[in-house]
Design a binder for this molecule. Structure first.
Ligand code: AMP
Length: 220
C-alpha cells in the first residue's frame, strides 16, 4: 500500500475521528491534523490564539472561522502535509471552512471525505467515559486505560477528562454539529467525495471499512 493521501474525516463528537485518524496517519505515513488538539496545545502554551480559544472551547461553542482557517492554512503549508497529504480531524466544521479548504487545496484535491456515522445515543456514553492525554492527545477511556495509572502509554503525559466532555458542553457541541457541521455531508456529496462508514463497529472494523473506501478512491 503506497504512502500519501489527502483526507477529511467527518463525524459527530465521539464518532471515533481521533482514533481513526491516528491509525490512518500510521497506515499512510501522513500527519494527523486535529484542530482540537492544536487548539488545546495553544491553550496550554497560553499563546494569543490559546487565550482567545479557551473560554469558547470549554463551553462547547465553535471558534470563529477566521481564527481556525489561518491556523489550518499554516499547518497545511508545512512540508509533510504539502508533500505526503493529511488526515484532517475536526476541520472543516462549517460550510465556510469547507469552501476555504477547497481554495487552500488548489491543485492537490482531496481523495475523499469519510463520514463516520454513529447514532447520538451511542456517542454520549463514549464521551463521558473518554480520557485524553493532555500532551499528545492519545485517546483512552474508563474501559481502555493506559498501562500505568493515568500516565499516557505513548508519551508519559497526564491522561485527563477533557474540560468540554461534561454533560452540558457535550449537548452544546452536539447541537453545533447538527447546525454547522452536518450540512457538510451534502456539501461533499455534491462534490462526489463522500464515503459513509458505519462507525458503530469496533475500531479495527471501522479502520478496515475506511481503508477499503480510500483504496477504492485512489484506484479510481
Ligand atoms: P474537538 O477536539 O475537535 O472536539 O474540538 C474541541 C473544540 O475546539 C470545539 O468544540 C471547538 O470549540 C474548537 N474547534 C475545533 N475545531 C474547530 C473548527 N474547525 N471550527 C471551530 N471550532 C473548532
Amino acid at each position: 500500500m503506497s504512502a500519501g493521501v489527502r483526507l477529511v474525516v467527518l463525524g459527530k463528537q465521539g464518532a471515533g475521528k481521533g482514533t481513526q485518524c491516528e491509525r490512518l496517519s500510521h497506515r499512510y505515513a501522513i500527519p494527523h491534523i486535529s484542530t482540537g488538539d492544536m487548539l488545546r496545545a495553544a491553550v496550554r502554551a497560553k499563546t494569543d490564539l490559546g487565550v482567545k480559544a479557551a473560554a469558547l472551547m470549554d463551553t462547547g461553542e465553535l471558534l470563529p472561522d477566521e481564527l481556525i482557517i489561518e491556523m489550518v492554512a499554516e499547518r497545511l503549508a508545512e512540508r509533510d502535509a504539502a508533500t505526503r497529504g493529511f488526515a484532517l480531524d475536526g476541520f472543516p466544521r462549517t460550510v465556510a471552512q469547507a469552501e476555504m479548504l477547497e481554495t487552500l487545496l488548489d491543485g492537490r484535491p482531496l481523495h475523499c471525505v469519510i463520514d463516520l456515522e454513529v447514532p447520538t445515543d451511542l456517542v454520549l456514553p463514549r464521551l463521558v467515559s473518554r480520557r485524553v492525554c493532555q500532551d499528545c492527545g492519545a485517546i483512552y477511556s474508563l474501559s481502555a486505560r493506559p498501562g500505568l495509572g493515568w500516565t499516557c502509554d505513548n508519551c508519559g503525559g497526564e491522561v485527563v477528562l477533557r474540560a468540554d466532555d461534561t454533560a452540558e458542553a457535550i449537548m452544546i457541541r452536539l447541537q453545533a454539529y447538527e447546525r454547522e457541521t452536518k450540512p457538510l455531508i451534502e456539501f461533499y456529496r455534491g462534490l462526489g467525495l463522500l464515503e459513509i462508514v458505519d462507525a458503530t463497529a469496533t475500531p479495527d472494523e471501522v479502520l478496515r471499512s475506511t481503508v477499503t473506501a480510500i483504496e477504492r478512491r485512489r484506484e479510481a
